[in-house]
Design a protein around this ligand. Structure first.
Ligand SMILES: [Zn+2]
Length: 431
């Protein structure tokens, strides 16, 4: 099973100065920076997925989803995605670079933001190895399998648009002799309707299907969908899971003949999850998670600065506590401080992230106790010392500190590496 990372222009500054929290001298965004596959060996994924909506602004596309400037878009199309993403050469020549439309970004819009002709041209110019026909997301998934007549006209329309686009798209791919492998996207309102869509795509001539709309679904619903689809299609037809948020439960889907899936979740959890920020390989082939230690830069933290403005805290006092937490944690890493003293320093600063949130002292104390228990576990286990990845080897304890994007993204890269290794160890696939 291949794991694709969905590119959102994630790179870090290799010259970042962690002690002073400054970029390396003369650093130029993107040009000096490195992607996860440049920093880590082996690369922490088997391929990249690039969404057209992250690259090109269009009517109906949420501006927040566009990650590329116009110049970057032009360069990507002129040089090709492999060169732009520095994901070419002998090391990556067999790695997949898949394009899709990023249907999430125009989900509110009545029709997809791009026409099949436009999408085809975009994929060809970017030099992708695989390309998904433009789909339109259906979020509903009714396990009772209502008939087409029983669902809202807007849903029927999305179903019809996705299939009509797929037919046009495949016709164009064939006529123009496109060098990429086309994927037919499956959208539907129930397991049965998705199986029907999969069947029709297969009849059109697609040998690789991309299953969409799984994001809000629970594991049992996804299983119902995949069971229904597998029953209607040939065993050799390949399946890709689009935007698969339940990456850590992928083992539950091992029997469905999944060829590939894409996810951002190991990276995102490094800085969006409330407690599972750092991945580690646990016993019995299971992933284990640790909470990162929050020591934000006081002067750049919105919540802390609000408190200062309101006169609740003093800036000097916060800075002093912030420094003490950092010094203590680094000393602990060197064996020059204890768990207790470090936990005390960390929580002494951390409390200000909660004080002033309006929930009352009792609630805050409860929440602080919970955090302290999680931080204590991280300190006791010192997981960063047991990881051999390029990130942990080079920055050590800094990887576990929840502070500035250069630490948080590196922790995300580490997570991708642990995840990818775990996946291939337990399910096979490229090493
Ligand atoms: Zn690591």
């Amino acid at each position: 099973m291949k794991f694709l990372y969905s590119d959102t222009q994630d790179y870090v500054d290799p010259g970042y100065d962690f002690l002073n929290d400054r970029c390396g001298p003369g650093r130029e965004r993107y040009w000096s920076d490195v992607y996860a596959h440049e920093l880590m060996e082996p690369a922490p994924y088997d391929g990249l997925l690039v969404s057209m909506s992250a690259v090109r602004q269009a009517a109906g596309v949420a501006a927040s989803k566009v990650r590329y400037s116009t110049r970057e878009e032009q360069r990507l199309l002129r040089d090709g995605a492999r060169r732009f993403l520095r994901y070419g050469g002998p090391r990556f020549k067999d790695a997949m670079v898949m394009g899709d439309c990023g249907a999430f970004s125009y989900v509110e819009h009545p029709v997809p933001a791009y026409l099949p002709e436009e999408v085809l041209e975009f994929y060809a110019e970017a030099g992708f190895s695989h390309g998904v026909s433009p789909d339109h997301i259906i979020f509903d998934c009714d396990l009772s399998n209502p008939s087409e007549r029983a669902v809202a006209p807007a849903i029927q329309q999305r179903f019809a648009i996705t299939l009509a686009n797929a037919e046009v798209f495949l016709g164009l791919v064939r006529r123009e002799g496109m060098p990429f492998e086309p994927l037919g996207p499956v959208q539907g309102w129930s397991p049965k309707s998705m199986a029907e869509a999969a069947h029709r795509l297969e009849r059109m001539g697609y040998g690789y299907l991309a299953i969409g709309g799984l994001v809000p679904l629970r594991v049992d619903a996804i299983k119902a969908v995949l069971t229904a689809i597998r029953e209607r299609i040939r065993p050799e037809t390949k399946i890709h899971l689009l935007g698969f948020a339940k990456a850590d439960s992928i083992h539950e889907f091992a029997d469905f003949g999944i060829t590939s899936f894409d996810s951002t979740s190991p990276l995102i959890r490094a800085f969006k999850d409330a407690k599972a920020n750092y991945y580690a390989e646990g016993a019995d082939d299971r992933l284990e998670y640790y909470t990162a230690i929050r020591i934000p830069q006081a002067m750049e933290n919105a919540r802390l600065m609000q408190g200062v403005k309101r006169g609740q805290f003093s800036a000097e006092d916060l800075l002093r506590r912030e420094r003490r937490a950092l010094i203590e944690l680094r000393a602990y890493d060197r064996g020059a401080s204890s768990v207790e003293a470090t936990l005390d320093a960390v929580m002494d600063y951390h409390q200000f992230l909660l004080r002033g949130d309006g929930t009352g002292a009792a609630q805050q104390d409860k929440s602080l106790d919970k955090t302290a228990a999680l931080v204590q576990r991280t300190l006791e286990h010192q997981p960063w010392k047991h990881c051999n990845c390029a990130v942990c080897r080079s920055i050590g304890v800094e990887v576990i500190i929840f502070r500035s994007s250069n630490r948080n993204k590196r922790r995300g890269f580490h997570n991708l590496g642990v995840y990818s290794r775990h996946l291939h160890k337990t399910l096979g696939g490229p090493a």
